[in-house]
Structures are given as structure tokens and as C-alpha cells.
Design a binder for this molecule. Structure first.
Ligand code: PLP
Length: 383
């Protein structure tokens, strides 16, 4: 079998309706959305429409959405500029984690909350971490490596209560990049003030992100030299990309019916791997988990070797570890849930998507046990 794509957490295939929606803005309607002539006006209208599509999805006003060049940029925009104490987690995406580390070096106090062995944050831990000068709480909605879903609604409710009681305004940010396909991102129900999205994780184009900013929340721009996006994101808008983002968001509601199917395919892959491969384990919560994520550790093998062998067998997967960035450090997410270096090095992430079929999962379950067994022979691992 060729090109079994099980790396949907890394990026997704652009869907045909998204591609078709974008096409005119790449070929004929190429105007700059800031130009006053008719081509410019067409681009402006298209950007406005996409903003409305995102607003409908998030249950907010269009004016509360800022388009950016990526979710990484949106996360940076959300976090930079807060100078009081910040609470975040040990398992954030680097876009938040590294930004917090940068602020820490500038003297900002940061609390990195630990997670349980299932990869979950406790609301009590957020409560205990609050200080009189806490300005921001930033917690990822669903983790990109192990797919665990955090109790964002509960944390949002708690922060609302504490803000009311203490007459404070602690801002709540969530990175919903991995969650958007599967979980409600209604910002009123979540009680969040800032929320990050990425187009290319939802069958849209790469290079477009968005930040929801609740009306009244003060955010400092991180790029200067243009009036675009209410002065918060200077630079000519990526009109075709933004149009694709809008179309991808609008298609998400149609996806709900596929979630049950995805869950059953995911469970088939989890049960199949755990039963067919001895000395294997599932990383992250089994229950509070995205319907498309399976993350395993195999004793006695390197995750990278499994990924390369799977690739040779036509399967695109990932280790989900930091090694892909050129570092040989084991995944900090897997370390945070208590894995040893060796367990973290032997990890494999399979992330399914709307195009994944049962036949493909059956194929992976046929080839993977042999791959792991062969690698274990080479490494001299005794079962
Ligand atoms: N946040 C999370 C949770 C992610 O999984 C990713 C992508 O891997 C990002 C942020 C960054 O998204 P982008 O590729 O749009 O910068």
C-alpha cells in the first residue's frame, strides 16, 4: 500500500472544496485587500467573509478575529506583552512554551504546571498557582503529541469566578490548533479571552493562523509597519490563504458525523497495536483523548527507526518527539507524563484524519508488528 497518511497532527491534505474556494484569489482576484480599486475590494470582501466564517465557528464577533501567518505567530501574539505572572503547562506546544521561556529571561515569572501520568492538568493546580499579579493563563486545549484534552471549560469557569471574587482580570488563552476539528471552540462556553487556530490542521492551506481576541482585551502587536488586522498584525493579508481558512472552518461542522468513525478506527489501531506487539504501551489518557490520536512506546526500539521503516512500507507517521527538530532530546511531553528517556525515545505517533480508511489501519496493523520485531532483533532486545 502506498501513502497511508497517518500524520494529520503535523498537517492535513487540503480538501477539494477549500482548494476550489482559494483558486480565484490566486489567479484572477489577486488584488491587495488594502487597495481601493475593484480587485482590491474583491479581496477585502473575501477576507471579511472568511472572518465571518471563523466568527460563526467561534461564536464571537468578526472584529474579534486577527489573521496571522501561522498559529505559532498567533500564540506568540497572545503571550508576548504580558508582564505579570503567567501560568502555563509543561506540555504546551513550543510556540507557547518557548515564548514563555523568552519572557522568563526578560524577568517575567512563569509557572509551568505539571501533568498527571495521563497527561492531564488539574483545575486545583491552576487554582494553587494563582498569585496576586497573575496576568495570563495559557493552556493547550488538546496536546499535539499525545492528544490529551484539557478541562478548558472548567478552568475557564474557575477563572471567571476568581476574577469576579478578586476583582482581577486574569486573561485566559487556549491553543485550540489540534482541537478545532473535533471539539467545540465556542469561546463563550469555553470562557476564554484568547484562542489560537491554524488553517493547515483543518484541511486548509499552510501559512495562515488566527487569534481570537475578546473585545476589550489589550494585546500588543509584535510586527510593525502596516495598519492591517486592526493594527495588530502588520503585513499584506494572505487573501487566498485566508479564504481557504474560512472554507476549511465552514466545513468542520460537516465533520462531526465522522468523529465516531474516527474513534472506532483509532481504537482499532490502539487495541491492535497493544495486542499484537508485546512490550508496547499507549501514551496519554485513553478517555480524554482526541479521536484521531494514538501514541505508543515500544521497548527496545528507536521511534525514528520505526518511522523510517514505516515510510519504506508506504506509511507516513511520526515520533511526535523533538528529534524531528534536529535535537536528540527525548520528547518533553512524554517526559512530563513520567516516561523514561528510553521509553520516550521508542515512541510512535499515528494521527488519523477524515481520509483515513479501515483498510489502511488493517495494513498498518499487518506491517508494524514485523517492523518492531525486526528492529528489536537488531537492537538485541530480549522480549
Ligand atoms: N499549536 C499546536 C498545538 C500545534 O500542534 C501546532 C502545529 O504543530 C502549532 C501550534 C503551530 O501551528 P503552525 O504550523 O500554524 O504554526
Amino acid at each position: 500500500m502506498k501513502n497511508v497518511y497517518l500524520d494529520n497532527a503535523a498537517t492535513t491534505k487540503i480538501s477539494p472544496e477549500v482548494f476550489e474556494a482559494m483558486r480565484p484569489y490566486l489567479q484572477t482576484n489577486y488584488g491587495n485587500a488594502s487597495s481601493i480599486h475593484n480587485l482590491g475590494q474583491k479581496s477585502r470582501e473575501a477576507v471579511d467573509k472568511a472572518r465571518e466564517q471563523l466568527a460563526l465557528f467561534l461564536n464571537c464577533q468578526p472584529s474579534e478575529i486577527i489573521f496571522t501567518g501561522s498559529a505559532t505567530e498567533a500564540d506568540n501574539l497572545a503571550v508576548l506583552g504580558f508582564l505579570g505572572h503567567i501560568i502555563t503547562t509543561q506540555i504546551e506546544h513550543p510556540a507557547v512554551l518557548e515564548t514563555c521561556r523568552y519572557l522568563e529571561k526578560q524577568g517575567v515569572e512563569i509557572t509551568y504546571l505539571p501533568v498527571s501520568k495521563d497527561g492531564l492538568i488539574k483545575v486545583e493546580d491552576v487554582e494553587k498557582a494563582i498569585k496576586p499579579n497573575t496576568s495570563l493563563v495559557s493552556i493547550v486545549y488538546a496536546n499535539n503529541e499525545i492528544g490529551t484534552i484539557q478541562p478548558i471549560v472548567e478552568i475557564g469557569k474557575f477563572l471567571q469566578t476568581i476574577n469576579y471574587k478578586l476583582l482581577t482580570k486574569i486573561i485566559f488563552h487556549t491553543d485550540a490548533v489540534q482541537a478545532a476539528n473535533y471539539l467545540s471552540c465556542d469561546v463563550q462556553k469555553l470562557n476564554v479571552d484568547l484562542l489560537t487556530l491554524s488553517a493547515h490542521k483543518i484541511y486548509g492551506p499552510k501559512g495562515v493562523g488566527a487569534l481570537y481576541i475578546r473585545k476589550g482585551v489589550k494585546i500588543k502587536p509584535i510586527a510593525f509597519g502596516g495598519h492591517q488586522e486592526y493594527g495588530l498584525r502588520a503585513g499584506t493579508e494572505n487573501v487566498a490563504g485566508i479564504v481557504g481558512f474560512g472554507a476549511a472552518i465552514a466545513a468542520i461542522s460537516n465533520l462531526k458525523s465522522t468523529i465516531l468513525n474516527l474513534k472506532s478506527l483509532r481504537d482499532k489501531s490502539i487495541d491492535g497495536v497493544l495486542s499484537k506487539i508485546p512490550n508496547s504501551a499507549l501514551n496519554g489518557s485513553r478517555e480524554s483523548r482526541l479521536p484521531n490520536n494514538a501514541n505508543f512506546s515500544f521497548a527496545g526500539v528507536e521511534g525514528e527507526a520505526v518511522v523510517i521503516a514505516l515510510d519504506q512500507a508506504g506509511v507516513c507517521a511520526s515520533t511526535g518527539s523533538a528529534c524531528s527538530s534536529g535535537s536528540l532530546d527525548p520528547s518533553y511531553v512524554l517526559k512530563a507524563i513520567g516516561l523514561t528517556n528510553e521509553q520516550a525515545h521508542g515512541s510512535l505517533r499515528l494521527t488519523l484524519g477524515k481520509y483515513t480508511t479501515e483498510k489502511e489501519i488493517d495494513y498498518v496493523l499487518r506491517v508494524l508488528p514485523e517492523i518492531v520485531a525486526n528492529l528489536r532483533k537488531i537492537s538485541g532486545f530480549k522480549q
